[in-house]
Design a protein around this ligand. Structure first.
Ligand SMILES: CC(C)(COP(=O)(O)OP(=O)(O)OC[C@H]1O[C@@H](n2cnc3c(N)ncnc32)[C@H](O)[C@@H]1OP(=O)(O)O)[C@@H](O)C(=O)NCCC(=O)NCCS
Length: 135
């Protein structure tokens, strides 16, 4: 059963400065250390596009969770974006890891599985997220 769906589109330009100031409040509140490290070491040589795609995935996850909350009649709590992490496997396939309040909310909603897909091209990055309950 699908519990929630989200999509987000962002402009990559806005994320260039984030890597210059990896210790900024925005960066720490938004990205995990693993995400910043992934962006810095990506073979594209364009870290901003990977951060932008991850930001889009976090916003898409918030939308999916918010829709699921509305369906379930739950007041959606405010979530820190760094409680939602994009992790890639050895082949580059992304998945979402949820921590803290985001993980607790997913459990409360009965979300057993989360799907995420990212894309970036030219000036834009986009991500979609699907929350699913098994059986
Ligand atoms: C997946 C693939 C299509 C990406 O295409 P692309 O147009 O270069 O890249 P996009 O900008 O649209 O998407 C990039 C994102 O795709 C995701 N991605 C990479 N490999 C992926 C894969 N195998 N499956 C799903 N998503 C993948 C990543 O999140 C990546 O973003 P990131 O580098 O910031 O983490 C390309 O890498 C590919 O063809 N890989 C081989 C997959 C394959 O042949 N599998 C066997 C058949 S199913």
């Amino acid at each position: 059963m699908i519990l929630g769906l989200g999509i987000d589109l962002v402009q990559i330009d806005a994320f260039g400065a984030q890597l210059d100031d990896a210790a900024s409040h925005f960066t720490r509140a938004t990205f995990t250390e693993g995400e910043v490290a992934y962006a810095r070491s990506a073979p594209s040589g364009e870290p901003a596009r990977h951060l932008a795609a991850r930001y889009a995935a976090k916003e898409a996850a918030v939308k999916a969770l918010d829709l699921a909350c509305a369906r379930a009649g739950i007041d959606a709590p405010r979530l820190s974006l760094n409680a939602i992490e994009v992790v890639c496997d050895e082949r580059g396939r992304p998945r979402l890891e949820l921590y803290g309040a985001a993980a607790e909310l997913a459990t409360r909603l009965g979300a057993d599985r989360t799907w995420v897909s990212l894309s970036h091209d030219g000036p834009s990055a986009v991500a979609t997220v699907l929350m699913e309950r098994l059986a």
